[in-house]
Design a protein around this ligand. Structure first.
Ligand SMILES: [Zn+2]
Length: 71
């Protein structure tokens, strides 16, 4: 499972991510050049989303286990 950031303006996944030593830490869209957000903020949002997805997957797994009679 891979969670990607996308451009809010055009939905493109082709984001230009600055390397850590660059002054400008703004992630930009490679397709329409819109600002996607600060690198730190975007990775934080992705981490949060990944955590939610993982928790949801675990909850679903538990549900299917109990449906199958496994405790
Ligand atoms: Zn875009």
């Amino acid at each position: 499972m891979q969670i990607k950031a996308t451009c809010a303006a055009c939905g493109s996944e082709q984001l230009l991510i600055p390397s850590d030593d660059e002054q400008d830490q703004m992630i930009r869209c490679g397709a329409c050049n819109a600002d996607v957000g600060d690198k730190k903020a975007v990775s934080e949002a992705l981490r949060k989303r990944a955590k939610q997805e993982a928790e949801k997957a675990i909850a679903d797994l538990k549900k299917s286990f109990s449906k199958a009679g496994i405790k």
